[in-house]
Design a protein around this ligand. Structure first.
Ligand code: NCD
Length: 524
């Protein structure tokens, strides 16, 4: 059992399983579903460990996700605990970090299935509780994200992709899918950005009015993955053209996440993304409708008259939730995975900023000035914001001063470079002989490309060139801009924001994945 490569892992986002691992999950689910439906022996899939606890922590409403997880855990003969948030210490303002730490003590090993408004909660618990488990001599717990705010819903994604593969008869060469509904607030459609990669060629049609359209950064990621993306305002507009998807994935309007202004427009928005009788003779007979459910009973985006037609694929999709979750629990619990061959996700290493020492050349003239006087001794931050417009460089300078708390007598300016046709900023601080390591790392993150010069007797004696670090962590003043992020201090969890540089030269919050420009990762 213990040689499963999945044992003790956490699934916060779809990407926490590599593509090979996702394909493995679908293959195992297919085997399991066949075995169960044919009444064959399925004991080989079971964990059968009564002292392994599965905690269902649902801090937002749920029917299908919670019940399918509960039944999947029972299938494995595990100890299932349903945590009732309404009668718990959450009402006394206890935080989730303390709660989970306490619950871990009741089993030799634990798995937590968590649904919460706080985005990135499983990633946080995975790192903090691993440290705690080590200290307390417990097995590392697993955390499964059962929907975090409007961020992701990875296990829904696995059951959705499994259902699409079933529909395409296991041919993963191509999918043409229409995502219809509230693409802005719906986490199930956000998880599609990664999940659809299981198909080789992906065509995605996004159907939603601008108010509830797919966030731009997700559209960018889809295009970067090579998906062909088209955007439509309504089903009416979509139906009017001929190249239509065979898989239609509907979502409901996420009213609970909309502000008052949007809720007022709900009726009009809903109409744009609801199927109607008039469209029926315009769609191809092989079209199938999927939906993560629930449907709104009065105004469903897939009307009830479609329930008993061949277009209904959502009932089978919903049933697949049970099978895929049995396999997901089996993988993280160690009963499934011994025969896995393939790649696992790349570990993100803790990278330090690159601080390169630059050789200094002796010059006869004093090198830097403070106002009109040469700097005799102190530090000078040079080459700030090279290549940016003066306005942005002033903004960088203000950030450097504010975040590094450099408010002493000093001077600054934005200049045209002597040798090149571009602008740069300079801050000169006489009397300050060095910046501590934290401040150098912060400077590298705020003003990558800048140089830090130490001046003694009018001359530069030491020079460092700072480049953008791959990871920014453990520094004061970091702040994720997503208010729903678990690192938001208003949640009173002991989490400090951390960021990882992505290939687009932006930083992503390690918890909620929200992209930030490098200058925006600090408290304003
Ligand atoms: C979805 C969810 O919670 O995000 N439902 C589900 O898990 N079955 C979609 C929704 O609530 O609309």
């Amino acid at each position: 059992m213990s040689h499963s490569p999945f044992l003790g892992r956490t699934i916060q986002v779809v990407k926490d399983l590599s593509l090979d691992e996702q394909a493995y999950l679908y293959k195992k689910t297919r085997d399991l579903k066949q075995a169960i439906l044919a009444g064959k022996d399925w004991q080989q899939f079971c964990i059968n460990k009564k002292d392994r606890g599965v905690y269902l922590l649902f801090l937002e409403d749920s029917t299908r996700t919670k019940e399918s997880f509960r039944n999947a855990a029972i299938f494995h003969s595990l100890k299932v605990n349903d945590f009732d948030a309404r009668t718990s210490s959450f009402q006394k303002k206890e935080n989730i970090t303390d709660t989970v730490k306490m619950l871990m003590g009741y089993s030799s090993s634990s798995m937590f299935v968590i649904r919460s408004k706080q985005e990135g909660v499983c990633r946080w618990l995975d790192s903090s509780m691993s440290r705690y488990a080590q200290k307390a001599g417990l097995e590392k717990p697993s955390f499964i994200n059962a929907g975090d705010g409007q961020h992701e819903h990875p296990t829904q994604e696995f059951l959705d992709e499994f259902s699409f593969l079933e529909y395409y008869n296991w041919d993963a060469s191509h999918i043409h899918i229409a995502l219809v509904g509230d693409l802005f607030h719906g986490r199930t459609v956000h998880s599609k950005v990664e999940g659809l990669k299981i198909f080789k060629n992906v065509e995605v049609d996004l159907i939603a009015p601008a108010e509830i359209a797919m966030p731009v950064h997700y559209v960018t990621l889809m295009k970067k993955s090579g998906y062909k993306v088209r955007i439509f305002d309504s089903i009416e507009e979509y139906i009017a053209q001929k190249h239509r998807a065979d898989v239609w994935y509907f979502t409901r309007l996420q009213l609970e996440r909309m502000g008052e202004r949007l809720v007022k427009q709900a009726e009009q928005l809903r109409q744009a993304v609801s199927f109607s009788y008039d469209y029926l003779n315009k769609i191809d007979a092989k079209t199938r409708f999927f939906h993560p459910l629930p449907r709104h009973s009065e105004t469903p985006t897939i009307p009830m008259f479609l329930d008993d037609t061949p277009f209904n694929a959502w009932d089978e999709q919903s049933r697949n939730g049970y099978f895929t979750r049995i396999v997901a629990i089996g993988m993280l619990g160690g009963s499934i995975g011994g025969d896995f061959e393939g790649e696992s996700p790349r570990q993100i290493l803790h990278e330090e900023p690159h601080i390169e020492t630059v050789p200094v050349r002796t010059k006869s003239k004093p090198e830097y000035k403070i106002g009109i006087r040469p700097v005799e001794a102190g530090i000078v931050i040079d080459h700030i914001g090279v290549g940016s417009q003066p306005r942005q460089i002033w903004d960088h300078i203000a950030k450097i001063r504010h975040i590094l708390d450099l408010h002493m007598v000093s001077s600054q300016g934005v200049f045209k470079s002597e040798h090149h046709d571009h602008y740069k900023g300079i801050v000169s601080i006489p009397g300050l002989h060095e910046l501590n390591e934290d401040k150098i790392r912060m400077l590298a993150a705020i003003a990558p490309g800048s140089t830090l010069n130490t001046i003694v007797a009018h001359h530069v004696v030491k020079k460092f060139r700072l480049s953008i670090p791959d990871r920014v962590s453990k520094l004061p003043g970091l702040r994720c801009k997503n208010e729903a992020c678990i690192s938001n201090p208003e949640f009173f969890e002991p989490v400090v924001a951390e960021f990882i540089k992505t290939d687009q030269d932006t930083y992503r919050c390690i918890y909620c994945n929200t992209p930030h420009a490098y200058r925006d990762i600090w408290i304003n």
